[in-house]
Structures are given as structure tokens and as C-alpha cells.
Design a protein around this ligand. Structure first.
Ligand SMILES: NC(=O)C1=CN([C@@H]2O[C@H](COP(=O)(O)OP(=O)(O)OC[C@H]3O[C@@H](n4cnc5c(N)ncnc54)[C@H](OP(=O)(O)O)[C@@H]3O)[C@@H](O)[C@H]2O)C=CC1
Ligand SMILES: N[C@@H](CCC(=O)OP(=O)(O)O)C(=O)O
Length: 428
């Protein structure tokens, strides 16, 4: 069965979505909290009610993806289990419980002229989101955009098209039940990549693009986009085991950061180990990696320590910049924290890094000197996630420095405008 619907000219189709989104964004910006929450809860109810048909749509996607040879980690992201469906609905309920940031006025101050100046939190407007074949993102992104008073155009990965279409209908149903415009959330109904090209070049209708994806997507966007972006890119995440590390923490975190879920962007791809502790910690860690048959791509020093490990390979320069999203790990033995920080600041994608140490001064120096969106002490990089950070959910994890950095929740989808309260003052 073809996944394509006849939508006619792609550019005209996307332009129509843009016009509709712009109109809908005006209604969303003034919608009150109770109405937005009503929509979120109605979508959650519809998702639970239609769990069976969502699974059937997901089966179509999974079957096509398997035939196309999609690897296990990507299939894991695409799969919509009963638990994943329940989690999507719960996520919406959690977003409904979050306080509404829109309309909040802060920093009000009287000026010598007599006017009062403050700031009001407002939606960004229309947000275009381009993301991978992960259906739960459709619901999380829709939920966060609704609650933050934005309209959104969602372009999910082609492999999830059946599921995304099914979810789009439920989101529309929920918006309509609350009296909000159905066009506040629109799922792009074609897998033609020309739709991406059109979406990123219509600043008259789209205020911000959130791209979640790998190098090919980002390179294209950097070349072509005329709409500002908050980039959610690859995660070349590092864990550094310092010579003052607690061994048990190093083993537990080193294992979890790599093996908890291979396909996510917050998974560790490179392990750096201080040479003073490497002979102690690496063999213990390798015992854990062996249970998952993780391939260890080692520099000379690490290879010497791990010579008996069955899945050993020689690390190449390209490995330091590679996001495996698979049971593969690059390992480098470093002289000290200084060398670890230099390596991280050179090769990381500025997503998430961690130091394992019991030394307070080193931990604080690592926090200050590592230039990434999340920097952690003695915790798994897998925690870099909106839900785990208490944001309720996330649009994704921004590697950008401007506007929003790290997991992006409701606040990241808003901006502040100045508001001035006068009493008839005129400027002298
Ligand atoms: N920082 C974060 O929050 C996140 C980062 N990621 C990163 O994404 C990557 C893995 O996801 P993956 O599925 O491979 O991502 P891809 O980059 O392959 O796909 C993501 C989306 O971009 C589209 N796309 C990709 N290339 C182009 C192009 N040249 N022109 C137009 N559209 C394009 C895809 O469309 P199509 O379906 O047509 O391929 C898909 O919708 C990893 O690097 C991961 O770390 C993923 C999620 C979150
Ligand atoms: N939120 C995620 C991490 C970010 C993410 O969505 O990554 P990905 O699996 O690459 O789409 C998690 O830890 O579950």
C-alpha cells in the first residue's frame, strides 16, 4: 500500500498549512488555561480509547520499516507498545497539570518617568517541528504546543506516517472538543522531503523551526532555512571517569549511560578514563559490557588493559565524532581531567557530558569548563530528558546556545515581551 496521499503540489500544500497555522495561532494565543487543558485531556481520552487502532497503524509502520531493514534501536523508537500508548496519554495529563506560563507578568518596576515596565510571557506563534520516526514525539510536541498557546506543524519521520496520521485525527478531535481550532496542530501528510524545504522557507507563516535529527537534516537546514531554528541535534555524549571516582558509581553509570537505550541522543558514545584508575575500572566495566556484547573501540592504552575482551576494536579518529546509536563504545585513556575536558570540548555535539568523581573542586571545574547543554556530576547522561528534569515533557534537547538550551519544555516555547503601564506620562 502506498503511504502517499494525493496532496497535489507540495509547496502549495505546505503554504496552506502555514496559512491555517498562522490563523490558528491567534486563537491559541488567547485561549485560556481551562480550555487548553480540556483539549489535552480530551486527546488523552481519545488515545486510550483508540489504543487498538493506534497499535494497528503502528504495525503497518513497523512491518514496512522491518522490510526496509531498519535497525533494532530505530525499531525500538518507532514501536508503540501498550505501555508507550499509556505513557503518551499520561504525558498529556501531566502537561495539563503544569502551570500555564502564558500571560504571566514579571519584573514590573517603576521607572523615574512614572511608567511601570515589566515583561509578559507569550507564545512564539507557529512552530514547525521536523523529527524522527518516533510517534510519541507527535503527541508530546502537540501537547506542549497547545499548552504554551502555539500552533504547530509537525513533520515526523516517514517511517511513522501511518501512526502519525492516526494520532493527528485524535489531536484534532481533542482540539475540537475544547472549541479550539483543529488547525492548531497539523501533521504533514506526505513523506515527500520537498515538504521540509517548503516549511523552512516561509517565515511569513512559521516563526520557529525545531529540527530533531542527524547531520543530513541539519546540513540541509543550515543551507536553506530562512526561518530561525532551535536545533536539536545528535548526541555525542561523554562520561569521564576521574581518578577520584567511586568505583561502583563509575561502573553503574558507565553501564547505564551506554546500555539503557542505544537509540537515544543522550546515550554515551565515548568513555574517557583517567590513566590512574583505568587498570582498575576498565576490566570491571568490561564485564558489564560483555553481558550486552558491546563492541569496545579502544585507544592503545585501553586496548592493552582490555586485551582479552572478545569484542575489541581499534579506535579511529572518526570514532570520536561518531554517534553510534548502537552497542558500540569508543574508549580513550586520558592523563587527567584537563585532557578529558579538552577532548570533550573538541568532539562533543554539546549535548550532555558527565564526570564521575568524589572530588568537589574537580566536579565544579568540570561544570564550569565543559561547554555543553547539560553537564552532570555522578549521574547517567540518560537523565538528559524533559520529564526527568521536571519539565513534564519535552520537545527535544536543544544543542543550540540561543533561546533554549538542553531539554525544551513549555518555557522554551515562549518568549517575553515588554509591557508598559502608563498613567498619562510623556517622554521629556
Ligand atoms: N537532540 C534531540 O533532542 C534529538 C536528536 N536526535 C538525533 O537524530 C538522529 C537520529 O534520528 P534519525 O531518525 O536518524 O534522524 P534523521 O535526521 O534521519 O531524521 C529526522 C527527520 O529529518 C528528516 N530529514 C532527514 N534528512 C533530511 C533531508 N536531507 N531533507 C529533509 N528532511 C530530512 C527525516 O525525514 P525522512 O523521514 O524523510 O527521513 C525525519 O523527519 C540522531 O543523530 C539523534 O541523536 C533525535 C531525536 C532528538
Ligand atoms: N527524551 C529522550 C531523549 C531525547 C530523544 O528523544 O532522543 P531520540 O530517541 O533520539 O529521539 C529520552 O531520554 O527518553
Amino acid at each position: 500500500m502506498s503511504v502517499e496521499k494525493n496532496i497535489g503540489d507540495v509547496a502549495i500544500y505546505i503554504q496552506t498549512l502555514g496559512q491555517q497555522a498562522r490563523l490558528a495561532s491567534r486563537a491559541m494565543a488567547k485561549a485560556d488555561t481551562a480550555t487548553k487543558n480540556k483539549a489535552l485531556l480530551a486527546i488523552a481520552t481519545a488515545i486510550r480509547r483508540d489504543a487498538a487502532s493506534l497499535r494497528a497503524a503502528n504495525e503497518l509502520d513497523l512491518a514496512a520499516a522491518k522490510t526496509a531493514g531498519m535497525d533494532a534501536a530505530m525499531l525500538d523508537r518507532l514501536a508503540l507498545s501498550d505501555k508507550a500508548i499509556a505513557t503518551m496519554a499520561e504525558g498529556l495529563e501531566q502537561i495539563a497539570r503544569l502551570s500555564d506560563p502564558i500571560g504571566e507578568i514579571s519584573n514590573m518596576k517603576y521607572r523615574p518617568s512614572g511608567i511601570q515596565v515589566g515583561q509578559m510571557r507569550v507564545p512564539l506563534g507557529v512552530i514547525g517541528i521536523i523529527y524522527e520516526a518516533r510517534p510519541n514525539v507527535t503527541v508530546d510536541a502537540a501537547g506542549l504546543c497547545i499548552k504554551s498557546g502555539n500552533a504547530t506543524i509537525l513533520r515526523g519521520g516517514s517511517e511513522a506516517i501511518h501512526c502519525n496520521r492516526a494520532l493527528a485525527l485524535l489531536v484534532k478531535e481533542g482540539l475540537a472538543a475544547a472549541g479550539l481550532p483543529e488547525q492548531a496542530v497539523q501533521v504533514v501528510d506526505t513523506t515527500d522531503r520537498a515538504a521540509v524545504g517548503a516549511l523552512i522557507t516561509m517565515p511569513e507563516y512559521v516563526d520557529v523551526i525545531v529540527p530533531r535529527g542527524g547531520k543530513s537534516l541539519i546540513e540541509r537546514l543550515m543551507r536553506e532555512a530562512t526561518v530561525p531554528m532551535i536545533k536539536h541535534l545528535d548526541g555525542i555524549c561523554h562520561v569521564y571517569i576521574d581518578d577520584k571516582a567511586d568505583l561502583q558509581k563509575a561502573i553503574d553509570i558507565g553501564f547505564n549511560a551506554k546500555c539503557h537505550r542505544y537509540g537515544t541522543c543522550n546515550t554515551m558514545e565515548t568513555l574517557l578514563v583517567a590513566e590512574a584508575i583505568a587498570p582498575q575500572v576498565l576490566p570491571l566495566l568490561a564485564e558489564r559490557y560483555l553481558t550486552e556484547k558491546v563492541e569496545l573501540r579502544c585507544d592503545a592504552q585501553a586496548a592493552q588493559i582490555l586485551h582479552a575482551y572478545p569484542y575489541l576494536a581499534e579506535v579511529q579518529e572518526a570514532d570520536w565524532s561518531t554517534e553510534y546509536l548502537a552497542p558500540i563504545l569508543a574508549i580513550k585513556v586520558v592523563a587527567d581531567m584537563k585532557e578529558a575536558i579538552e577532548h570533550i570540548n573538541r568532539y562533543s555535539s554539546k549535548h550532555t557530558e558527565c564526570i564521575i568523581t568524589e572530588d568537589y573542586s574537580r566536579a565544579m571545574a568540570f561544570l564550569r569548563e565543559v561547554d555543553s547543554a547539560s553537564v552532570m556530576i555522578n549521574a547517567s547522561t540518560r537523565f538528559a530528558d524533559g520529564f526527568e528534569y521536571g519539565l513534564g515533557a519535552e520537545i527535544g534537547i536543544s544543542n543550540d546556545k540561543l533561546h533554549a538550551r538542553g531539554p525544551v519544555g513549555l518555557e522554551g516555547l515562549t518568549s517575553l515581551k515588554y509591557v508598559v503601564f502608563g498613567h498619562g506620562e510623556v517622554r521629556q
